[in-house]
Ligand binder design. Structure first.
Ligand SMILES: [Zn+2]
Length: 415
């Protein structure tokens, strides 16, 4: 088994990042949504600058690019991506604990008494005899995505210290506010990275990697009603809420999040606010196939056109926007990346677990923008939860994967 990443060192690096609370603030439109993301970025900059080999660009919006020059000409340039923020579901004010030599028992989180039990999380049984890092129960762990930052930093440190390890240009890009609308990736100058492949580390257990995700868009529909006193409303009152209700009722009943799974798409009624005079309706649209995704948007346009014919056209306005895309199209154009991931897992004794992701990640924005960017595991489980945990060996393997992929791409053996 290859051991180029030192387990104790990557744990120290990771735990250092968990002490900086980078909880995303959805109500704050500023990028980054909390200043601590800049503090974490600065810490990574300081750590890698100490190697003396890294070029750094830290922007005001916390987008951070750390570049290690190629040591061999003609090799592809690869970007590692990790996000700085943690999910707003729980605080990221994290106090981690390390459970040594796990033997299958319930893990008690000391601050709250909550337990992480193999009865609820059977995947714990895969880690018998290993050390496992959890929180004290009062926060999430933030391995999503600080484990990714630690894995990338340790992989780069290894490359700096190993002149015989051949690589093209390697960049680590830290992105703010992935958890609240993939905002950092949307603000990223993808073309400016001038790279061939991207690797996000934003999946869960060892072996997981994303082969496709869905197209995501949103619709905002505004309804303007006509008010009238109810005693003389006949023929005058136009109720904005009821117009919105007609749109909801016109959507296909079986195509809702709660009734779909796998590769099935949906319309998701997310928010309806208003009164008789004025209402807004927010919908999310998801589909894996571009044709069906476009068809969903035209279905919505048809529903609105029909309603506009019955009411005054200007009083019903539909705004459609695309949020992110399916990475499959971009990844298929550069088969070396997925082939390298599969080969890297084989070389490291990891069972590959390809995923169809009902969601998006930074790569879902970066890939359609021109840089094919896959998503591989960090090794952590139970993202966005107080029961989030990461086995030390899984964290080490995340770092090892990056080195193995870089090596395989450099050798071109996976083509
Ligand atoms: Zn994440």
């Amino acid at each position: 088994m290859k051991k180029r990443i030192n387990a104790e060192r990557i744990v120290d690096t990771f735990l250092g990042y968990t002490t900086i609370n980078t909880t995303a603030q959805p109500g704050n439109q500023h990028l980054p949504s909390c200043d601590n993301q800049l503090q974490l970025a600065q810490q990574v900059v300081d750590e890698l600058s100490a190697t003396g080999c890294i070029k750094v660009k830290l922007e005001d919006n916390a987008i951070t690019t750390l570049s290690l020059a190629a040591n061999t000409p003609g090799m592809p340039a690869i970007v590692f991506f990790a996000h700085l923020d943690t999910a707003p579901d729980h605080t990221g004010d994290t106090h981690a604990q390390r459970v040594k030599n796990y033997q299958g028992e319930d893990i008690v989180l000391p601050a709250t008494g909550e337990v992480i039990s193999p009865a609820d999380f059977p995947e714990l049984r895969h880690y018998l005899g290993q050390d496992i890092i959890t929180t004290d129960g009062s926060s999430l762990l933030g391995a999503d995505d600080k484990a990714a930052i630690a894995a990338a930093v340790e992989a780069i440190r290894y490359m700096v210290a190993s002149p015989d390890f051949k690589h093209g240009e390697i960049k680590l890009v830290l992105l703010p506010d992935e958890e609240i609308g993939i905002r950092g990736a949307k603000a990223l100058d993808v073309a400016g990275l001038n790279a061939d492949f991207g690797i996000c580390l934003d999946c869960c257990g060892v072996g997981e990697y994303v082969i496709e995700n869905w197209y995501a868009g949103s619709a905002k529909i505004t309804f303007k009603g006509v008010t009238a006193h109810p005693m003389s409303a006949k023929g005058k009152l136009v109720n904005a809420l009821l117009m919105a209700n007609e749109v909801i009722n016109a959507l296909p009943v079986a195509e809702r999040p709660e009734l779909t799974e796998g590769r099935e798409g949906y319309f998701w009624v997310q928010k309806l606010v208003g009164d008789t005079a004025h209402a807004t309706l927010d919908l999310a649209i998801r589909d894996f196939e571009i044709d069906s995704y476009q068809h969903r948007k035209s279905t919505l346009q048809t529903i609105i056109s029909q309603l506009q014919r019955r009411f005054d056209r200007e009083n019903i306005i539909l705004e459609l926007s695309d949020t992110y895309g399916n990475v499959k199209e971009g990844l298929d154009k550069k088969p070396l990346i997925l082939a390298s991931i599969q080969q890297a897992m084989q070389n490291l004794g990891i069972t590959p677990k390809p995923l169809t992701m009902r969601g998006g990640y930074d790569g879902s924005v970066i890939t359609p923008a021109g840089l094919p960017t896959v998503n591989i595991f960090t090794g952590a489980h139970n993202f966005h939860s107080t029961t989030e945990f990461i086995p030390v060996e899984s964290l080490r393997l995340a770092g090892e994967m990056l080195l193995e992929i870089v090596e395989l791409i450099a050798k071109g053996t996976a083509a």
